[in-house]
Design a protein around this ligand. Structure first.
Ligand SMILES: Nc1ncnc2c1ncn2[C@@H]1O[C@H](COP(=O)(O)OP(=O)(O)OP(=O)(O)O)[C@@H](O)[C@H]1O
Length: 362
């Protein structure tokens, strides 16, 4: 494995090759096809940042686009030196006339956190004349996409509980490095696709991280107002109010993530305006009844214990990570982290739980 390095080279010559291997993806027979990354249609009018069959930096042959965020594009490529598939994240160096700093920060944090189990392995990173890039471990489709592949559009309690449990470990590691993530959501979580890491959750996208602790571990002093950072659907009420984010806000986003995975949708799914979303989040937090149906938001949901603890957290101190994980035991039951997850079992458990809930609400 190449050790991560920051490269300083200009764009390299492109080479045409037609072979399209999916070598390491094919070798791991236990991974169901549905979670393997899929090529997205490339729209030539949208000026993709890399071209199919282009050999990036003389080494990585681009096979297709597998992800697109608000900032970057993620490509599947084969490493012509090692014969392995990798993911390449690229973003234009200049955005709206300014030097884009997101990926530089992401490269730095990823490099620092290498070796931690819930962080993607970094193979190389740097920049070309026009792009910043990161070459990293290829992962599954994201958990939001996995949920949508479930016939009932939900994940089971035990799978959701284990996703939340592993993400708490991932956030604990990140917070210990002094960073908060600020964009915890299903689209930023994937699983490994190798024999040994197919049950390991990987937290992605460090583009919005912020250093919230000083080198000595003390909290940095809080700004009285902070710009909005994150995704409206998943940020905490505090973030809607433009308050400085803390490690507890990552955990609140994780609660909303768990709710969406297990219940199938968030109550504010169809709302777009931040103030309207904030109002429903406040109602959920105050355990008010949902408008028009005399039921509160956590009715029938064993997320209630976890939610109560999450909503009681003090943003001036780090969350009690193990206590939070204890509250997930009721969801996880006797399942081990290495037992099959919903997608390895045709979503049977999720469908059964969904049928029981449907029958009990009739
Ligand atoms: N290493 C990887 N392997 C497989 N798929 C990946 C990988 N990295 C990212 N993806 C896919 O690409 C999507 C977008 O990635 P990412 O969130 O890093 O981009 P972004 O431009 O920073 O997005 P955002 O606008 O949410 O900040 C992810 O949701 C995931 O599905």
């Amino acid at each position: 494995m190449d050790s991560p390095k920051i490269e300083d080279e200009t764009a390299q010559q492109q080479q045409q090759q037609n072979t399209k291997t999916c070598s390491n993806m094919e070798k791991v027979s236990k991974i169901p096809d549905l979670v393997l990354p899929r090529m997205k249609k490339m729209d030539p009018d949208a000026s993709p940042l890399l071209g199919i069959d282009e050999v990036f930096k003389k080494r990585w042959q681009i096979q297709g686009l597998i992800g697109k965020g608000g900032y970057g594009e993620i490509y599947l490529a084969s490493d012509t030196k090692r014969g392995e598939e990798v993911a390449i994240k690229v973003e234009p160096k200049i955005r709206r006339g300014k030097l884009a700093k997101r990926m530089i920060l992401e490269q730095k944090a990823l490099m620092k956190m290498q070796g931690k189990p819930h962080v993607p392995r970094l193979y190389a990173s740097g920049y070309t004349e026009n792009l910043n890039f990161i070459i990293m471990q290829l992962l599954s489709i994201n958990i939001g996409e996995i949920r949508k592949s479930s016939p009932c559009r939900k994940l089971s309690k035990s799978t959701t509980g284990r996703i939340l449990h592993q993400t708490i470990d991932a956030l604990h590691d990140m917070h210990q490095f002094g960073y908060i993530h600020r964009d915890v959501k299903p689209a930023n979580m994937c699983f490994g696709i190798g024999e040994t890491n197919r049950h390991t959750l990987i937290l992605l996208d460090f583009g919005l991280i912020r250093r919230y602790k000083k080198e000595n571990g003390e909290f940095r002093s809080l700004r009285s107002k902070a710009g909005f950072r994150g995704t409206h659907r998943y940020v905490s009420v505090r973030v809607h109010s433009k308050l400085e984010q803390s490690s507890t806000d990552d955990i609140i986003s994780l609660l909303y993530t768990g709710y969406e995975l297990m219940i199938g949708e968030l109550p504010w799914k169809s709302l777009e305006r931040g103030d309207e979303i904030k109002k429903l989040k406040q109602a959920m937090q105050n355990n008010e009844e949902k408008v028009g149906n005399n039921k509160n938001y956590f009715e029938n949901s064993q997320l209630i214990g976890f939610a109560k603890l999450v909503f009681s957290l003090d943003p001036t101190i780090d969350p009690p990570y193990s206590k939070l994980q204890d509250e997930l035991k009721i969801l996880i039951g006797n399942k081990k982290m290495d037992d099959p997850y919903d997608w390895e079992d045709d979503f049977k458990e999720a469908i059964e739980e969904n049928d029981i809930n449907d029958n009990s609400s009739k």
